[in-house]
Design a protein around this ligand. Sequence first.
Ligand code: ADP
Length: 458
Amino acid sequence: MFKKILIANRGDVALRVLRACQDMGIATVAVHSTADTDAMHVRLADESVCIGEAPSAQSYLNIPALISAATITGAEAIHPGVGFLSENADFAGVVEAHGLTFIGPRIEHIVSMGDKVEAKRTAAAAGLPLVPGSDGAIANLSEAQRVAKSTGYPVLIKAASGGGGRGMKVANSEDDLSEAFSSARSEAKAAFGDDTVYLERYLGNPRHIEIQVIADAHGNVAHLGERECSVQRRHQKLLEEAPSPVLTPDERAHIGGIAANATRSMGYLGLGTMEFLYENGEFFFIEMNTRLQVEHPITEAITGIDLVVEQIRIAAGLPLSFRQEDVHFNGHAIECRINAEHPTTFMPTPGKVSDFHAPGGPGVRVDSFLYSGYRIPSDYDSLIAKIIVHGDDRAHCLARLQRALDETIITPMPTSLDLHRLLAKDADIASGDYSIRWLEEKFLPNLEASQTADNSKS
Ligand code: ADP
């Protein structure tokens, strides 16, 4: 086992990895920018190294500085966390070239899953069901017209190098196709420097359901069930739950088995997430994330398996500490992402936290780097806390969620805590009746309408 690991990240995920290392008796090296000198991950690590200025490009994305930090501290492995360099094949390559271990999958899988056209091809070959659409990239408008006609409208033009929902355009009919095709290409070129696009049928009202998979170097593969991540705004997840309120045990075993078989046939190593859209009882693969996910704690809550410990064990060449038949799903878990942003305008609200009080009690876990007096920098992602609750069943979990959110204090800035308090009491959430369009097309418009009505009364 490694004696010392460098954590190439910040925020809640840096703390998450640090805690796993401490549980395993592994020494930790934190890295930080000049904006993060007082950050919690720096305070709790055994050693820390300043790797550059506040902008990520000069610090958390600065590969030479990260490698130097690992070398001077004698770290043997690097955990990339989530975001930043976690899906950067060049970084993984440089880490390995310096005789260090990258705690993540094989480089070939980071590369193949990083290009969406290639990812779909790999997924199809591994037996995963795809959204109907083009077989690879679309070269010109007439090819797009031909494919769209056989797929059926509406269709979605997507960027091969896409991410964060950019470079995606919907065409409702052939009349819209030319405009959607050219604007998706130019947006993709501007955002990713690559104008390769492909085409998919646009699903009307799907849910986002993803399967957690894991594989070691000894041929052991398992799936850890699903996470339902349909509560989204601009393709960003806000609240996730496990299990999904709509899957039956048979459907779970079926899609889990398909995902585990695909993992095996790809020769995948480590932790991965296969994302699917789910509509009318059918699953359609959209992408695979070759890293730890922000929402991993809900899977940990219902399986009792520490995913970060497993990642580190796999990277060290050890076998999985469990087998598929040992995986049992216990109760229900929900995660709320608390962001330093206004609950309804979603404008970022960085600044100094005067008071922070985390909730507690049975079934509550908080992954956060906040403390009273901490200044949230404006340079990074707005995620400041994850509140994860676990209950015997979904109703019990929702009751605990309301309790946990009511106990939480973060002042003085507005945060998404208030939005989550409303979500936790919402009738559609209680019944599980929502899709990826629900928040933006129903919940937020209703909220705005009720606020306007309240304002006109007062
Ligand atoms: P990105 O990497 O940019 O996040 P994804 O392929 O994961 O791109 O898609 C992001 C989101 O866009 C999905 O979670 C879903 O909300 C929506 N989406 C993607 N593909 C389709 C599709 N074929 N039909 C309908 N919605 C889609």
